[in-house]
Design a binder for this molecule. Structure first.
Ligand code: GDP
Ligand code: MG
Length: 781
């Protein structure tokens, strides 16, 4: 029977994993291997995908994939087979002052002054970012990995000026499945950090150690940071650290990153290991007893064959050999083996499959899990059913429950937006606006009393204070929205939303994972486009990127707020909601269109871990908010500031550079006049509106800043409510800002970026044109 046929709450042992290629490898890497014990936890509210429990954690997969996994309810569990492994006892030389893993006579410390580089590697949600923030404090800078737009955070460890830590995207295995995982893998292989800090979630140790084993094969000095120990010990679990160190051959330091416990000791070990370049003592995880020694013999045989190639290619031998057994195309490529050698290896593989009874990928994965099993048996006392798990289960029974999931989702998102716009954000916004207003007044009086010339006075008051100031007052709303989005993400709820929404999204040709970039898109399109890197298929990634700009980002808020409050003060709230909904509806329609034209085919399979719910760390959230706030401020004082001054200049001077008081004689009005023909059919044939929309390409907030400069408070006398509605619809849909277009370009290339601009402008024009008639029919004029 297959996994799909298993009822909810029933358990069975996996006997075979079907499928092929990268997806199958991904399943194996996630622990879905023959011999593993699975329990079906539940189905998503819409009946698909399913949630299973395996190796003590929760995994989701679609029914179509579950169908390919054969199970036997009465099968033999691999983890109940009596222990056969005799652990190889590693030699622990010189416990003296120079540490544990190197011999004083043979030490080669790196010269003083060498920068010690550390890579922070671990599964998703293992606490990397939390640890990174603890390690670096505020000494961090955010950038991108060369050539790709994945966030790269570097920082210097507090108190160790000659260090550099890099926070890598979370990975499950060294066989990359998504674009982000490729970044992490390449970083370790190519940039060769001096030391790896492998962060392991101790509450989920079996799955986390899978990556650890592959990292050990890299033969790079390494420390294991056993995180979340507070949860383990809090639930009467324990880890025999010394035993684990002995079996893994690297220092293991128990920590609780969130509480800053054990972090100092971790730093001490990491710096020491890096300084003395202490390599892992243990790489030989295969054993003669395991599967009759089939995998063990195969790995060592391949090692002997490829030794010279690996050396030439600069790849660690053991890593290269296991990857070859797994048929990893990238490694095969780098090694440049002869046909003869390839053939020998093929024979070895066939023999291994025959003797071990499992195909090559499953055999290697099973070998790893056997070793992990023996580590866990001898060094880990599993906690009783932990409080956090039980709590997660309880929360999940509601948040992903059959009848409650969708209402909860709507309620939570509604609450987030209501709190952001109506309660917290709005309150802070009023305060800030008042402060800016009184500052402007003080400045105004001062300029007048100092007798400054009229043009400069105009620039400062109209240009800077009204333009930049009106944008600046939105800072609280932006920060509040990002606060909620990061709470949703860090707590683990976003993963649940993906699980719940998968089936719906599949209708429009996407997978549940695409919901995450879309929700982030309500904050800002730039990080949203970046976060599509977690999607494992190019097709899904492209489609998601093209749809995220329709999610109204916070930069469009000033526009909505300004127009709604000026023209429809009594329905402002509804108009905001209506615009958000219109954006989403347009995205859905576009998705249908794309699905049947540009991107035919199926969305990727949905294999995802559901982490325990956790309280997000205050420090992490604060860090993120600070990042977003400073980002916003920099934009306000660079792009928007400059745009405001340019607009002010162009509307204050005529072609002969004479200062004009009537701006319809200005340079701007003549220039924008050219486009009037194009905008007249949608009711926007006013040069000031056109100018504002053009400046919105630099940054959406500029639209309002520009209008403030051009019109001051006269907006209602210049525009009709119908035109105001047209501006709103047009600015909701037209081109994303330069920053967003640039990030689309980095992901998809110039052609797609330019295409997006043209496509969205045309769509915006068309929608505005059509909706204007609808609004007219409702009596708006
Ligand atoms: P990343 O995905 O690896 O970057 O993980 P994060 O740093 O975002 O952490 C994931 C979640 O685990 C967050 O909600 C953290 O607050 C939480 N967390 C991190 N470290 C600890 C810890 O030591 N103990 C506990 N109880 N929770 C932690
Ligand atoms: Mg992180």
């Amino acid at each position: 029977m297959n996994l799909k046929e298993l009822k909810i709450g029933e358990s069975a042992v996996i006997t075979e994993v079907g499928g092929e290629g990268a997806l199958r490898q991904h399943f194996l890497d996630m622990g879905v291997i023959p011999g593993a014990y699975v329990t079906v936890v539940k189905l998503a509210p819409l009946g698909d995908p399913m949630e299973i429990r395996i190796h003590g954690y929760e995994l989701t997969m679609r029914l179509a994939e579950a169908e390919q996994i054969t199970v036997d309810p009465n099968g033999k569990r691999a983890d109940q087979v009596p222990e056969v492994r005799e652990t190889v006892h590693a030699d622990h030389p010189g416990l003296g002052e120079d540490g544990k893993y190197h011999n004083k006579k043979e030490e080669h410390p790196l010269p003083e002054g060498t920068t010690l580089t550390f890579a922070l590697v671990g599964n998703q949600n293992s606490g990397k970012t939390t640890l990174f923030n603890q390690l670096t404090g505020s000494n961090q800078h955010v950038g991108n990995f060369p050539g790709v737009t994945v966030d790269r955070k570097d920082g210097v460890i507090k108190g160790h000026p000659d260090t550099l830590v890099t926070d890598l995207p979370g990975i499950y295995s060294m066989s990359p499945y998504s674009a982000e995982e490729i970044v992490s893998r390449n970083f370790v292989i190519e940039e060769k950090p001096k030391t790896i800090i492998n962060i392991v979630d101790a509450t989920n140790i079996e799955r986390n150690l899978y990556l650890t084993m592959q990292l050990l094969e890299m033969n790079i000095p390494m420390v294991v940071a056993l995180n979340m120990m507070d949860e383990v010990t809090g639930n009467k679990g324990a880890v025999d650290i010394n035993r684990m160190e002995e079996m893994l051959g690297v220092p293991v330091v128990p920590i609780a990153a969130l509480r800053n416990q054990g972090v100092d000791e971790l730093v001490e070990h990491a710096v020491h290991i890096a300084r003395y370049q202490e390599k892992p003592q243990q790489q030989d995880f295969c054993s003669k007893e395991d599967m009759g020694g089939a995998v063990h013999r195969a790995i060592h045989a391949v090692q002997a064959i490829i030794e010279d190639h690996a050396e030439r290619a600069g790849l660690p031998l053991r890593f290269a050999a296991t990857k070859i057994l797994e048929n990893d195309p990238l490694v095969l490529d780098i090694l440049k083996l002869d046909d003869n050698e390839k053939e020998m290896i093929e024979h070895i593989v066939i023999q291994m499959e025959k003797e071990g009874g499992l195909d090559r990928n499953a055999a290697v994965a099973a070998m790893r899990f056997r070793f992990i099993d023996s580590v866990c048996r001898s060094a880990v006392r599993k906690p009783v059913e932990s409080k956090e798990r039980l709590r997660s289960e309880k929360i999940d029974s509601i948040l992903t429950g059959r009848w409650t999931a969708l209402p909860c989702f709507i309620l939570i998102m509604g609450l987030v937006f209501w709190l952001t716009f109506n309660v917290i954000g709005a309150f802070l916004q009023d305060q800030l606006a008042a402060v800016i207003g009184s500052l402007a007044e003080v400045c105004d009086n001062w300029l007048i009393s100092a007798g400054v010339n009229a043009a400069v006075h105009d620039l400062v008051i109209k240009g800077i204070f009204e333009g930049v100031g009106s944008v600046l007052s939105f800072l609280p709303i932006v920060v509040t929205l990002f606060f909620f989005l990061s709470m949703l993400e860090d707590s683990g709820y976003l993963a649940r939303i993906a699980f719940v929404m998968d089936k719906l999204l599949r209708r429009i040709g996407l997978s549940g994972r695409s919901i995450v970039p879309m929700l982030i898109g309500f904050g800002c399109t730039v990080p949203a486009v970046m976060s599509t890197r977690t999607l494992p298929s190019k097709r899904d990634r492209m489609m998601t990127i093209l749809l995220t700009p329709f999610m109204s980002c916070t930069a469009k808020l000033p526009i909505y707020g300004f127009f709604a409050n000026s023209f429809f003060p009594h329905q402002a709230g509804w108009i905001m909601i209506g615009l958000y909904v219109l954006g989403i509806v347009t995205a859905v329609l576009c998705a249908y269109l794309f699905k049947n034209t540009l991107f035919r085919g199926e969305a990727v399979p949905f294999v995802m871990e559901l982490p325990n719910y956790r309280m997000p760390g205050l420090k992490n959230v604060m860090h993120l908010l600070w990042e977003k706030a400073s980002d916003f401020l920099t934009r306000a004082f660079s792009v928007i500031f400059v745009a405001t001054i340019v607009v002010w200049f162009l509307q204050s001077f005529d072609m002969h550079l004479n200062y004009v008081t009537d701006s319809s004689l200005s340079i701007m009005s003549s220039a924008a006049g050219v486009l009037e023909g194009l905008f007249r059919p949608i009711g926007l044939g006013d040069w000031r509106i056109i100018t504002a929309l053009i400046s919105g390409f630099m940054a959406k907030e500029s639209v309002v800043a520009t209008l403030q400069v051009l019109l001051g408070d006269n907006i209602t006398s210049v525009l009709t409510p119908l035109s105001a509605a047209a501006v709103l619809i047009f600015s909701l849909l037209y081109t994303p800002c330069v920053a967003a277009v640039a990030s689309i370009r980095r992901e998809l290339g110039s052609r797609w970026a330019i295409g997006t601009v043209i496509w969205q402008c045309s769509l915006a024009w068309l929608m505005t044109f059509l909706l204007r008639f609808v609004l007219m029919a409702f009596g708006l004029s």
